[in-house]
Design a protein around this ligand. Structure first.
Ligand code: FES
Length: 162
């Protein structure tokens, strides 16, 4: 049985398709192995993941600074205290934007509002924003991304005083 030129083209196409798919599989395998072997960010043996936000002077009192890579906002309260607020709304988890013009977080999903300390100002959310541990070492502000703290109320003890 003789191949027609059409059969030959189809066979070449299928061969290239299989080679292409094989390359995709190999690339995915290499990516997965590399991701598995990649060292974690700065951390200690308890799994702490430290994010360096900047120097204390970078955050003036009464400001809220977004850190999209860490999924949090650093809020420097008017009295100088620090809170790292997780950006997820405590109602159903939408990402919260900070509205500088009104000085509050306003959820785009169902309009819950929170103040600069993450306290609920408007429903349907019922509890304050989660926080991440903050510490200041030699004037450097560090956030522990590995320990998200669920709050049911805001307490002064949650604020880091530099
Ligand atoms: S998810 Fe934010 S108010 Fe519903």
């Amino acid at each position: 049985m003789n191949d027609t030129p059409h059969d030959s083209k189809r066979r070449k196409f299928l061969r290239r398709l299989w080679i292409g798919l094989g390359m995709v599989v190999v690339a995915e395998a290499v990516w997965m192995i590399a991701a598995f072997l990649r060292p974690r960010r700065h951390g200690d043996e308890q799994g702490e993941t430290v994010f360096t936000a900047g120097t204390l002077d970078d955050f003036a009192p009464g400001t809220v600074t977004a850190f999209p890579a860490g999924k949090f906002y650093l809020s420097r309260l008017a009295d100088g205290g620090l809170l790292a607020l997780h950006r997820e709304c405590t109602h159903l988890g939408c990402t919260l934007p900070w509205d500088e013009s009104v000085g509050r977080f306003i959820c785009p999903c169902h309009a819950s509002t929170f103040d600069e300390a993450g306290r609920v100002l408007g429903a349907p959310a019922t509890r304050p924003l989660d926080v991440l541990a903050v510490r200041v070492e030699n004037g450097i502000v560090k956030i522990d991304l590995g320990h998200r703290i669920r709050r049911v109320a805001h307490h002064a003890s949650q604020v880091t005083r530099p």
